[in-house]
Design a protein around this ligand. Structure first.
Ligand code: B12
Ligand code: SF4
Length: 593
């Protein structure tokens, strides 16, 4: 290369979406939040660019596209790459199992044009973590000449970029058994213009990875491990300052269980310092477990650190089901204590509820949700199908036993019934899923949620907006709220290749009609919820109390349905009493010298 001639190494990072049940790519004018997977890989490659790892004359240019809010113009990407003599690669980032078929469809024309393509994320990592042999789905990518990346990219990305630049990318980079330390690692970052394609001023980052528990439906422990690996308080401060400087001050900390991040306290302390000494008004949504309130200071410090919402994997109120899923840490006897602790701090709660555990029946689940409404002070509840996600123990067990599970990975989005259930047909299970949203979000219960929240000083206008989102997403947009967005966009040509391209004369009128119907339904639902909000907001100085808001009492285990609705609930109570008696007697026994 002649002196002064600069070369450009082009990296196009795509976070793919997936197909809806009609086969169209799920894409929105505004998606709910930026993907941390995209921010992590962007941050790492941006760091390579700054360090000039490909040599002083080579600039690394990075383009980040989130398909949930931006249409992928494959022809443009191909043209850009070819103008650059295919010097660069396309990275399909954070690819979940449900996004894997779409990723292969994106990869195919790129590979046909000779462009290097790398796929990373939970599907590849989960499959390689659980199955030593490359299975058919991964083989399909390898046959196309796609490179697979398993494990985490921190500390490994230089090698990948250098190999790509030299044209020597390996078929598989497998770091699943060698997880990196995160303290001091390059932090996630996305440019402000990418963040602004999402609703609100929120971005995402992970303060740590790994969870000590062993839930059998979980992929995280097999991909990110059970040991807590975490970023340092300095790293967190840098993430917050960089985003704050771009005008972004709301964050979703994506750790699956921030309560088990071993440095939760120094991290909270640093954020408290920024908030209280520098007036940096940053706020957070975090994910925690159902025992977090027992960690001394956790709830109080979360409040001071600006946590306004928490997400909890409640999963079920039937101890038999929790045991079957090895979710032993979820104790129904702690649920009310935990929820009341967050309520007292004025922090609102989202909880996930899984439908389709072995002991569930349509009748038992309907009853369980009524119990939750009456006895548990929860704000937002969301429902999922029990899903054998690739990377989980459940998936491996079913595959090993040869049980017929749905082969279409596009459906592995927690919104489809994919395996046989002992007590429900597929149709019953699917109906139950749809019904649960309606059973929980009745007008009457929305009013109760807002009244409980108002008593605790929660911003009920904001909560009412989120309730609108969660209550209506499935009914109106036919997707789970976590996959939802603002104004659905569809392109006639972005359809699963297995399905035909619809003719213009039927596609566009249907799209137009759908737009009108959906927005009329949103407006009607918004008005209904707004009227409820106004009624609750107008009530003066009330201190609302109901069964759910009543502080926990000794005798409630005899009276509340949560503890008496079946044999296993009663046994869980007896067990909790035994443990309490034992620990009390151990504490009062003098230490043996
Ligand atoms: C935050 C989050 C979300 C957010 C944001 C999405 C995001 N990816 O950031 C939201 C709320 C939108 C979301 C939604 C959903 N999610 Co989600 N989500 C997560 C969560 C908790 C954290 C993601 C994250 O930041 N991880 C940390 C990053 C750094 O890890 P990573 O993605 O694996 O990336 C690293 C490596 O894989 C590698 N890598 C990744 N890509 C590439 C590319 C290249 C080229 C290279 C070299 C390396 C590389 O390097 C990265 C850095 O080390 C994960 C669980 C988890 N712990 O990861 C679930 C998870 C990814 N989600 C999951 C699911 C199922 C969903 C939903 C379908 C569920 C639903 N119905 O709501 C939707 C799908 C909607 C969508 N459009 O994504 C599953 C996927 C499981 C699977 N086998 O597919 C997970 C694993 C949780 C679970 N239940 O098991 N999610
Ligand atoms: S608590 Fe959550 S992250 Fe931890 S093992 Fe269970 S499902 Fe996975």
């Amino acid at each position: 290369m002649g002196v002064g001639i600069r070369k450009r190494f082009l990296v196009v990072l795509v976070k793919p979406s997936h197909y809806d049940d009609d086969g169209y790519v799920i894409r929105w004018y505004r998606s709910p939040m930026p993907a941390n997977s995209l921010a992590s890989v962007y941050g790492l490659i941006d760091d390579c660019a700054r360090r000039k790892i490909l040599g002083p004359d080579i600039d690394v240019d990075i383009v980040a596209i989130d398909e949930t809010n931006t249409r992928i113009r494959l022809d443009q990407i191909i043209a850009d790459m070819q103008t650059n003599a295919n010097f660069g690669f396309v990275g399909l980032v954070g690819v979940q199992s449900n996004q894997y078929p779409r990723s292969l469809h994106i990869a195919k024309p790129l590979r046909a044009a000779g462009i290097p393509v790398i796929i990373g994320g939970f599907h590849v990592s989960g499959m390689l973590a659980m199955f030593p042999k490359v299975m058919a789905d991964l083989q399909e990518a390898l046959d196309m000449g796609v490179t697979l990346f398993a494990g985490e990219a921190e500390g490994r990305i230089d090698e990948v970029l250098r190999d790509a630049a030299a044209g020597t990318l390996r078929p598989v980079y497998n770091y699943i058994d060698d997880l990196p330390t995160l303290a001091g690692a390059v932090t996630p970052f996305l440019p402000g213009n990418a963040v602004r394609k999402t609703i609100g001023n929120v971005t995402t980052f992970d303060a740590g990875r790994g969870c000590p528990f062993q839930c059998s439906f979980c992929t995280i422990i097999n991909v990110q491990g059970r040991k807590s690996r975490r970023r340092s308080p300095d790293d967190i401060e840098r993430i917050l300052r960089t985003n704050f400087a771009q005008g972004i001050d709301r964050f979703f900390i994506t750790d699956d269980n921030f309560a088990r991040n071993k440095d939760w306290e120094p991290i909270f302390d640093r954020i408290i310092k920024l908030r209280e000494e520098e007036g940096m008004d940053v706020r957070f949504l975090i994910q925690v477990d159902t025992l977090c309130h027992k960690i001394p200071n956790f709830v109080a410090k979360a409040k001071r650190a600006g946590v306004t919402r928490i997400f909890i994997g409640l999963e079920n109120i039937n101890p038999d089901n929790l045991l079957a899923a090895k979710k032993r840490q979820n104790k129904i006897t702690e649920y009310r204590n935990m929820l009341l602790a967050w309520k007292a701090a004025g922090i609102w709660t989202y909880a996930g509820y899984i439908l389709g555990f072995p002991n569930d029946t349509p009748k038992s689940v309907r009853r369980d949700i009524e119990i939750i409404k009456k006895e548990m002070p929860l704000d937002v509840l969301e429902f999922f199908f029990l899903t054998p996600l690739p990377g989980s123990e459940d998936h491996k067990a079913l595959c090993t036993k040869g049980v017929a599970i749905d082969p279409d990975l596009n459906k592995y989005d927690l919104e489809h019934a994919l395996m046989p259930h002992p007590n429900m047909s597929k149709a019953e299970w699917e109906k139950l899923y749809r019904d649960c949203w309606e059973i929980y979000y009745t007008s009457e219960h929305i009013e109760t949620i807002l009244r409980r929240a108002k008593t605790c000083g929660i911003n009920i206008l904001r909560l009412a907006q989120i309730i609108l989102w969660f209550a209506q997403s499935l009914a109106i947009e036919k997707v789970h709220p976590l996959q939802g967005g603002f104004v659905r966009l569809k392109s006639r040509h972005e359809r699963r290749p297995e399905l035909p391209i619809e003719p213009m004369w039927s596609f566009y009128p249907t799209l137009g009609w759908e737009f009108v119907v959906k927005h009329t339904r949103v407006a009607t639902a918004a008005w209904r919820i707004f009227c409820i909000y106004r009624r609750v907001a107008a009530a003066k100085d009330f201190q609302y109390i109901d069964l759910a808001m009543t502080p926990v009492t000794e005798g409630e285990t005899e009276t509340l349905e949560l503890f008496t609705h079946n044999k296993s609930a009663r046994e869980a109570v007896d067990h909790a009493y035994k443990i309490k008696a034992l620990t009390a007697s151990v504490r009062s026994t003098p230490a043996v010298a």
